[in-house]
Design a protein. Structure first.
Length: 565
RNA sequence: UGGGGUGUCGUCAAGUGGCAAGACACAGGAUUUUGGUUCCUGCAUUCGGAGGUUCGAAUCCUCCCACCCCAGCCA
């Protein structure tokens, strides 16, 4: 559990709910719901809504339902409902026995529609989609009444029954609410509430060929479930009068309050199902679970913890203004969590061979290493040391710049938990001039990395024993987009043009310390000095270790180096 | 140029007539066998702008400006 779980920060929705409870509105009940449409995978933006809805219910000892808003069979699939269910469980939320589907209510919804027709509040309109658009008017010009608006109740009842029983083709008729074609709010210009779709539904199959629209079904589903606070995003503000209209006209005793908040935007990525689906369909990423995706399943595979995501959602707040949260905050949250919980381990991403000239050929020492400086309770392990090692290529410079504390010709550094070593010579490839091997000497008096004489070394390097280390593949992930706001830029440029071509770098010859043999899929480690990594949960096998880099460690040397340029 | 919303630090965000919280980021410094972690310090005399009310305004009033959403038989 994270420390912030119990201290929610104030926000306007919480204030509304707290006040409602205080004055005993809804008999003091708090009942929210999370209502995804199963037309894609959940992303971090949904996590904000999930944490808000479930969090409010928990805080005020209420309930939160899970409801699949499955009213459009052309876009929805069981694959998505299953993915959503497993993402929600992984995030750590529990809806008890309150898993619902709007499709559960199709019969009841249909009865409500009939009631509206009988009350003269709805009519069957036989305009084509295009004609409907023309009749609707524009932002500045009022619409015109449909010629079908004055059909009799009997005729409407008959036609709607015909729609339901499959007598008509898709698009030939719709059921519309009779409100006001001159309303300045376009949503109130006789909105469509039922349309014909002769398409199999993932749950009701071909039982229905008419499906209710969002504006009709959502408020009614909320009311049926006796929801008290119906929380949605800002773009539904204009739909609120319609939400209220339906419930008022039907005179329902349970009339939930719709409250809107700003959806999450995150820098360097996009959070829209449509755009994410585009990336998946065009093969620009490897599916919804690609570790670069801001989807819950992508983030999970990347190595994030549910706790870090929930903590992030608590920290970003809830408000009505459009905003873009810095990706650095998400990264901070996962580092904070992983720092406390992961064991440290040594792995060399880009190996450079090092021979310790004065170390006996056949000798191997088992050196003790601490598993976590954050938690001594995690104990220690043995790491083998021998004459031939690998260190990180980045840790050697033939011509070290200022403030470079690592290895260079003639320099002495500490090998973590091992010895002080001094670089005595450099072997280069005759053709390319590339450094391919270092020769060092070690000081036997510094075993464990301490020196009796108190002399100091500036740098401590991670390393592995060449013959004992394991080969591994490591995937380094970076931001998916180069632009901070790829979705929200002005102008016409396609968001995909700012995709980061270097968002994935695969390293195949990495060397990992032997304690990682058989590491479980999904298990997380800190590779010292490099970052947090997890064993990939998809591409694993007995003979192959694959790691995903969740996030780098903060790197103040990188900043210094950048400043020097 | 219809309607609905929103403007508080680089980025989020509290604040609802009485001294502008906090977090991230950033910049310094201390500790450190991870250039990690941790710790300390600094970082909005001013709240989109201009007027007004008031002893007192980010909060109330007036006007203006900017940005976001709405013309699916999507949600």
């Amino acid at each position: 559990m994270t420390t912030t779980d119990s201290t929610p920060s104030p926000n306007f929705i919480r204030n509304i709910v707290a006040e409602d409870v205080r004055v005993n509105k809804n008999e003091g009940r708090v009942h929210t719901r999370f209502p995804p449409e199963p037309n894609g995978y959940l992303h971090i933006g949904h996590a904000k809504s999930i944490c808000l809805n479930f969090g409010l219910a928990a805080e005020f000892k209420g309930l939160c339902n899970l409801r699949f808003d499955d009213t459009n069979p052309t876009k929805e699939e069981v694959e998505y409902v299953e993915a959503i269910l497993s993402d929600l469980r992984w995030l750590g939320f529990d809806w008890g026995d309150r898993l619902f589907y709007t499709s559960d209510y199709f019969e009841q919804l249909c009865e409500y529609a009939v009631r509206l027709i009988k009350d003269g509040k709805a009519y069957v309109c036989s305009l084509s989609a295009e004609e409907t658009r023309e009749y609707r008017g524009t932002l500045t010009k009022p619409g015109k009444d449909s010629p079908y608006r004055t059909r009799s109740v009997e005729e409407n009842l008959d036609l709607f029954q015909g729609m339901r029983s499959g007598e008509f083709e898709d698009g030939s008729h719709v059921l519309r609410a009779k409100i006001d074609m001159a309303s300045p709010n376009l949503n109130m210009r006789d909105p469509t509430i039922y349309r014909i779709r002769k398409v199999a539904h993932h749950r009701t199959d071909d039982k229905w060929c008419i499906y209710p629209m969002y504006d009709f079904s959502h408020c009614l589903s909320d009311s049926i479930e006796r929801i008290t606070h119906s929380i949605c995003t800002l773009e539904f503000e204009d739909n609120r009068p319609l939400y209220d209209w339906v419930l008022d006209e039907l005179n329902l005793d349970c009339h939930p309050q719709q409250i809107e908040f700003a959806r999450l935007n995150l820098s360097y990525t996009v959070l829209s199902k449509r755009k994410l689906l585009g990336l998946v369909e065009e093969g620009l990423v490897n599916g919804w679970e690609d570790p670069r995706m801001p989807t819950i399943s992508g983030i999970r595979r990347r190595g994030y913890t549910p706790e870090s995501i929930r903590n992030f959602c608590d920290r970003i707040g809830v408000a009505k203004r459009d905003s873009v949260v810095d990706m650095a905050l998400l990264e901070h949250c996962v580092r904070e969590d992983l720092n406390k919980r992961t064991p440290r381990v040594m792995g060399v991403l880009r190996p450079l061979r090092v021979v310790i000239d004065n170390y006996p050929e056949d000798q191997v020492e088992e050196l003790e290493a601490i598993n976590s400086p954050e938690d001594p309770g995690m104990g220690t392990r043995k790491v083998p040391f021998s004459r031939v090692l690998y260190v990180e290529r980045d840790d050697f410079r033939e011509d070290p710049p200022k403030k470079f504390f690592r290895l260079g010709p003639g320099r002495e550094v500490r090998l973590r938990y091992a010895y002080y070593v001094t670089c005595v010579s450099v072997v280069k490839d005759e053709q390319t001039g590339e450094v391919i091997e270092l020769h060092c000497t070690y000081d036997p008096e510094t075993r464990g990395g301490w020196s009796e004489d108190g002399r100091k070394v500036r740098g401590t390097l991670h390393w592995v024993s060449a013959s004992h280390s394991l080969e591994a593949e490591v995937r380094l992930y970076d931001r998916l987009f180069e632009k901070a706001n790829p979705g929200g830029e002005k102008g016409r440029a396609d968001f995909k043009t700012s995709l980061n071509p270097n968002s994935l770098e695969t390293l195949t010859s990495c060397r990992i310390e032997p304690s990682l043999a058989g590491a479980a899929p999904g298990s997380r480690y800190q590779f010292e000095r490099l970052g947090y990594f997890c064993v990939d949960s998809v591409d694993v096998s007995d003979e192959r270790l694959v790691f995903n880099r969740t996030v780098t460690l903060r790197d103040s040397w990188a900043k210094i180096e950048k400043q020097q340029k």
